[in-house]
Write a protein that binds this ligand. Structure first.
Ligand SMILES: NC(=O)c1ccc[n+]([C@@H]2O[C@H](COP(=O)([O-])OP(=O)(O)OC[C@H]3O[C@@H](n4cnc5c(N)ncnc54)[C@H](O)[C@@H]3O)[C@@H](O)[C@H]2O)c1
Length: 339
């Protein structure tokens, strides 16, 4: 019997969608609550599949999972799993591939319009008895900047699945799109009608700069002061990727000094944030609590996919969403298959 262990799953998660693919092959999901790698390994060193939910799987923990063949991530990001260690031990790591790309792109678009069109301020004025006062700032003499968006340039940092979905929305709104991603081939940019530029050009040319970087050793604090200094004073910065890729002090300084016009953030360097974080009190900054992937559709689809990925991996079939294909060869030799 294969042992599938969900580490630190929320007590209300019942796994009914994951089990749709697992029950027919006689596999159950076991819950485990641990506070350390020692506790994890004491209880689950022989697990075939480990699902870290609200738990960070270190290289040492991965090395100690002697029979493990699969570590699925319930998200697109895999920064809570030591992927290098998994690859070294022939363990497949999978992610949610394109399950909620549209949700994150829609959320990015909401933040873009909310900040560009001063949605937070307008709502506050309209609902607090200051309707006429708000209009006084805008008609007949326009005292506040209010971009048209259409005709502006969107700069994308990274050009993966989510960034491409955001580019499609920008093009539908009549924006020009430029992007930086050293790992994407020229023909992909061309196929999407997006101009390939340097990272400096993204920040220089973007009226909106939207960041969709994964969090890796290379991208940690990659977006710092230097880049914010390249931006136009009228420009907006968005991040729905990962908070730890942005040096937040640089972003805060740029906003405080009026060197950029605003920001829309679903992710922060520290989550939940320190209540003293100045970003929480800025009128031109829209913040959501790292939930861009959520929708009625994705909340079920992500769990079904997780179950299918586990079933496939246990049946020696390569699951969708493998992020470390380099592990495939040694994974095939790891044995203990259900078939
Ligand atoms: N806010 C949320 O709820 C939420 C939800 C889903 C995903 N995310 C984040 O969004 C990220 C992107 O998701 P995706 O589906 O587009 O992933 P993806 O794997 O399709 O694309 C990531 C892109 O980043 C590029 N990249 C990597 N390192 C880079 C670097 N140093 N410079 C420039 N580009 C670089 C890669 O080449 C790739 O094209 C995920 O890694 C995840 O962390 C956040």
């Amino acid at each position: 019997m294969a042992r599938v262990v969900a580490v630190n799953a929320h007590p209300e998660v019942t796994f009914e969608h994951e089990l749709e693919a697992l029950t027919p092959i006689g596999v159950a999901i076991e819950r485990l609550r641990v506070g350390s790698d020692e506790e994890l390994l004491a209880a689950a060193a022989d697990a075939d599949v480990v699902v870290p939910m609200g738990y960070r799987l270190s290289a040492a923990a991965v090395a100690g999972l002697v029979h493990c063949r699969h570590i699925p991530s319930g998200g697109i990001g895999v920064d809570h799993i030591d992927v290098e260690a998994a690859t070294a031990h022939g363990i497949l790591v999978t992610n949610m591939a394109d399950t909620f790309v549209e949700e994150v792109a829609n959320h990015t678009w909401m933040l873009l319009l909310l900040v560009a069109r001063r949605g937070l301020w307008l709502h506050g004025m309209a609902t607090s008895g200051r309707w006429a006062e708000a209009l006084d700032q805008l008609f007949p003499v326009q005292r506040l900047a209010m971009p048209r968006v259409t005709g502006q340039t969107l700069g994308l940092v990274s050009f993966g699945r989510i960034a491409r979905a955001v580019a499609r929305r920008a093009q539908a709104f009549g924006m020009e799109v430029v992007a930086f991603d050293p790992y994407v081939a020229d023909d992909v940019f061309a196929a999407h009608g997006v101009e390939r530029v340097s990272v400096d050009e993204v920040f220089r040319r973007g009226d909106v700069v939207s960041c969709h970087l994964p969090w890796t050793a290379e991208t940690t604090l990659m977006i710092g002061e230097r880049y914010f200094r390249l931006m136009k004073p009228s420009a907006i910065f968005l991040n729905t990727g990962r908070g730890k890729v942005v040096d937040e002090r640089g972003l805060i300084r740029a906003l405080e000094e009026g060197r950029i016009a605003g920001a829309g953030l679903d992710v922060l360097e520290q989550e939940p944030p320190d209540p003293a974080n100045p970003l929480l009190r800025m009128a031109n900054v829209a913040i959501t609590p790292h939930m861009a992937s959520v929708s009625d559709v994705s909340s079920v689809a992500r769990r079904r996919l997780l179950g299918r990925q586990i079933a496939d991996a246990l049946l020696a079939r390569v699951p969708v969403g493998v992020v470390n294909p380099a592990a495939l060869e040694s994974w095939r030799g790891r044995g203990r298959w259900l078939v």
